[in-house]
Design a protein around this ligand. Sequence first.
Ligand SMILES: [Zn+2]
Length: 264
Amino acid sequence: MTVPVLGVHVGAREDDADPVAEARAAGADAVQIFLADPQGWKAPKEHPHAAELRDGDLQVFVHAPYIINVASTNNRIRIPSRKLITTHATAAAALGAKGLVVHGGHVAGDDDPAVGFDNWRKTFERQAAEGGFAVPVFIENTAGGDKAMARQLEAIARLWDAVGEFGAGFVLDTCHAHAGGLDLATVVDDVLAITGRIDLVHCNNSRDGADSGRDRHAPLVGGEISTAALVEVVRRAQAPVILETPGDAESRASEIALLRDALG
Ligand SMILES: [Zn+2]
């Protein structure tokens, strides 16, 4: 088989971080970036490397802030969350991004999950009435919580009943899948049976055990998941891959090389 597009997440650690240079140094063909503080509600800023991202040959993916939770029954979270998805999608389009990654979110302890799935549906429905999002929105599976919208397969199935018709995409994170209690040996087929699509793989190892509910990424070699199992997920998914593993430029380069060798 052909090796998929392999990329790295480059965090906004410094204002002068150069995601294009960092991705190239890792030998990547794709890069994932934030356009605003991942823990904040601020609108995306013009990216200092916008022209290189837009005009270069790296595939670009944008990760929306983690605090976004469009499932929430709390207006003060849900409404700004919708707005951030819209503004981030527009900013991502200006960079030629392939998609905007958004976590599935959750409802609170007393809430009926049905309301959360319906809030996701409304997010897409309202935007569809405005012509849709400027780039495809890819919903990512998450690791923790009993009332998550995209942890267990049953939840993902309910979510897809709500958003599938609007062309939502899916991001499969291997750390989240493992820590969330999904079986990595079958997860690609299990997800495809529900969504019909995997648009991106976040290939990460996990520092915690199966179904621990904890979201702590580990390097491809040395976490709770066997490296072979990670490679097999990537092989089966046939989608672009982004590494969100901890480590420096050198370790990211060796992980890209490891995947390239294993998949070639
Ligand atoms: Zn991820």
